[in-house]
Design a binder for this molecule. Structure first.
Ligand code: DX5
Ligand code: ZN
Length: 218
């Protein structure tokens, strides 16, 4: 399968948001990764509906919305209505995960689950057939620019094995500290989608950084 790159808009220049959206539109990137933080589930607050609407207005690629908020079930329909294509919720943030995933599907979006660094992939064994995607955090969520944690590799391998054993085509996405240094190893371990924020947007030429990542992975 074609491996996907999802630039994290958290690292974009919000004073030049349209410019950065067009850069992603015109690059080899596949999705826009949109980080929503509430200051409760994670210690940071990022942005909400108006900014996502502004991104949607200009984006020509799918919006991959990563909800780092408590009780995400309160906002699913709203995120769907403003243009989310994929919505991922943290396993740790919602009590009735099955119900929340159904809510995302009913709202017309693809549903995914995110695991914090220390949440084992085994908790997903029974719910896996309902997951379009599983996002494995490779940092503690809340901030861009953090160091990639090595524990990620073993989790990706275990999850890949579970997906194969169940005969599924669930995607594995990785988020946090992704660069040209770890991209190939992540793909070899079984990842399908790589999120990357600061590595792309702080580089001299984000468009060619995206192309490099894409060619390392494919
Ligand atoms: C952090 C977010 C990430 C973040 C990644 O909680 O989920 O998507 O933007 O940024 P980098 O690639 O800089 O680690
Ligand atoms: Zn994210």
């Amino acid at each position: 399968m074609n491996k996907l790159i999802a630039p994290s808009m958290l690292a974009a220049d919000f004073g030049n948001l349209q410019r950065d959206i067009e850069m992603v539109n015109n690059s080899d990137a596949d999705w826009f990764h949109i980080d929503v933080m509430d200051g409760h589930f994670v210690p940071n607050i990022s942005y909400g509906m108006p900014v996502i609407q502004a991104i949607k207005k200009h984006a020509t690629k799918p919006l991959d919305v990563h909800l780092m908020i408590e009780k995400p079930e309160r906002y699913i329909e709203e995120f769907a209505n403003i243009g989310a294509d994929i919505i991922t919720v943290h396993y740790e943030s919602t009590v009735h995960l099955h119900r929340t995933l159904t809510q995302i599907e009913d709202a017309g979006c693809k549903a995914g689950v995110v695991l914090n660094l220390t949440t084992p992939v085994s908790v997903l064994e029974d719910i896996l057939p309902k997951c379009y995607m599983v996002l494995i955090m490779s940092i503690n969520p809340g901030f861009g620019g953090q160091k990639f944690e090595q524990i990620t590799y073993q989790k990706v391998k275990k999850l890949r094995k579970m997906i194969t054993e169940q005969g599924l085509d669930t995607l594995i996405e990785i988020d946090g500290g992704v660069t040209n240094k770890n991209a190939k190893d992540l793909i070899d371990a079984g990842a399908d989608v790589l999120v990357s924020g600061s590595y792309i947007f702080k580089s001299e030429n984000p468009t060619s950084t995206i192309s490099d990542l894409k060619s390392i992975c494919n």
